[in-house]
Design a protein around this ligand. Structure first.
Ligand SMILES: Nc1ncnc2c1ncn2[C@@H]1O[C@H](COP(=O)(O)OP(=O)(O)OP(=O)(O)O)[C@@H](O)[C@H]1O
Length: 349
């Protein structure tokens, strides 16, 4: 299988990089990815490709493998799968599927296991990212590539909006960011629709694994994917692409707010271990609330229980002109004086 695939890919590669979008779904996908992330930027350094076995990351792997082969780069592609120790035999089958796919593509394969079982999605993701970062360091890889698509970003936007996030929750996932020192996390498929990926895989006759949880509508994210978005798109064709553009614009707005928040902190805030002291000074509400979130993170104060109304209370304290005293979640005491507001966290979480 490896030889046949290699022949097919190099034959396809001859037509890649041409300006006109190909009608061949796989070549079209390769063109789009090469446009988003030109192989000359990554083919000479090593990349870890995070493959769950799902359609998106399988399409990512097939595409990067084809482009890498065409570019004849000096770097290596390493296929990495993380086994969460959840979902029993189905998870074993995912790992075996990815191992076999890597072997077919004649690529190196690394398998990691979660040290403990955790059901929480965010904790699972943290463990996975930690493993990916460790592997990238160990293998000397410059990039870790993930298979997130435009659909993932739009689903996140809807999810965050309905949970009442602030403006920071509308910025979506970035195309790239630092994962750990010297390793960049890349999302080469972030501007692409999922259906284009599955069309490419069908055309290649490349199977993928259906995640059992993807089929269960009790996870809210999957309800958004399978129920809500199709309903929205039945009335607003192209709604996903439009929402994706909104995400990009919102990310630009957040850059401005972030810069203003940085200046406001510099001008009005003094911090010490366990305390944030804010001299009263007018600034736009969005800037102050964003600055407070940044300050909470700098202090490593928990903000899981800080709802929008708590941030608003903190904002009102900073803008108040009378003495006051109250508590915020996470053991943060707020003391308002005439000139300044002090946020102090003395007790352990
Ligand atoms: N168990 C895993 N091992 C390695 N990489 C993973 C794993 N789970 C997710 N990823 C990476 O993170 C990306 C996003 O994960 P997410 O859970 O949203 O995707 P998925 O629905 O499981 O799979 P896919 O995106 O491959 O269809 C995947 O595209 C893949 O690159």
């Amino acid at each position: 299988m490896a030889i046949r695939q290699s022949y097919q890919l190099s034959k396809r590669a001859e037509t890649m990089g041409t300006e006109k979008p190909s009608e061949d779904p796989f070549i079209c996908l390769c063109q789009q990815v090469a446009h988003n992330w030109p192989p000359r930027r990554w083919a000479d350094v090593s990349t870890v490709v995070a493959v769950s076995g799902g359609a998106d990351s399988v399409a990512l792997l097939r595409t990067l493998a084809a482009l890498h082969q065409q570019a004849e780069g000096r770097g290596r592609l390493h296929v990495v799968h993380f086994h969460h120790r959840m979902r029993g035999p189905a998870a074993d089958a995912d790992a075996e599927f990815v191992r076999q796919l890597a072997a077919d593509l004649q690529l190196e394969f690394q398998l990691g296991y979660a040290a403990e079982q955790v059901a929480d999605e965010a904790a699972m993701r943290d463990m996975r990212y930690q493993f990916l970062g460790e592997q990238a360091h160990r293998l000397g890889a410059r990039y870790v590539a993930l298979g997130h698509t435009l659909d993932d970003n739009v689903e996140t936007l809807l999810h965050q909006t309905m949970r009442g996030c602030g403006p920071a929750g509308w910025t979506g996932m970035p195309v790239h960011r630092e994962l750990v020192a010297d390793v960049v996390l890349m999302r080469p498929l972030l501007s692409l629709r999922r259906q284009g990926l599955t069309a490419a895989l069908r055309q290649l006759q490349q199977p993928w694994r259906e995640d059992a949880t993807n089929q269960q509508l009790h996870w809210k994210r999957n309800w958004i994917r399978h129920q809500l978005l199709p309903l929205i798109e039945s009335q607003y064709p192209q709604a996903s692409e439009r929402m994706a553009r909104t995400i990009e614009q919102q990310a630009e707005v957040m850059e401005v707010i972030d810069e203003q928040a940085r200046c406001w902190i510099e001008a009005c805030v003094t911090t010490a271990s366990g305390a944030i002291v804010v001299r009263h000074h007018a600034a736009a509400n969005a800037v102050v609330i964003h600055a407070l979130r940044k300050l909470w993170d700098q202090q490593a104060w928990p903000r899981g229980q800080m709802s929008e109304s708590h941030w608003r209370a903190a904002l009102a304290a900073i803008k108040a002109n009378h003495a006051d005293r109250f508590d915020l979640p996470g053991g943060v005491a707020v003391m308002v004086n005439k000139e300044e507001t002090v946020f102090e966290r003395s007790q352990a979480p």
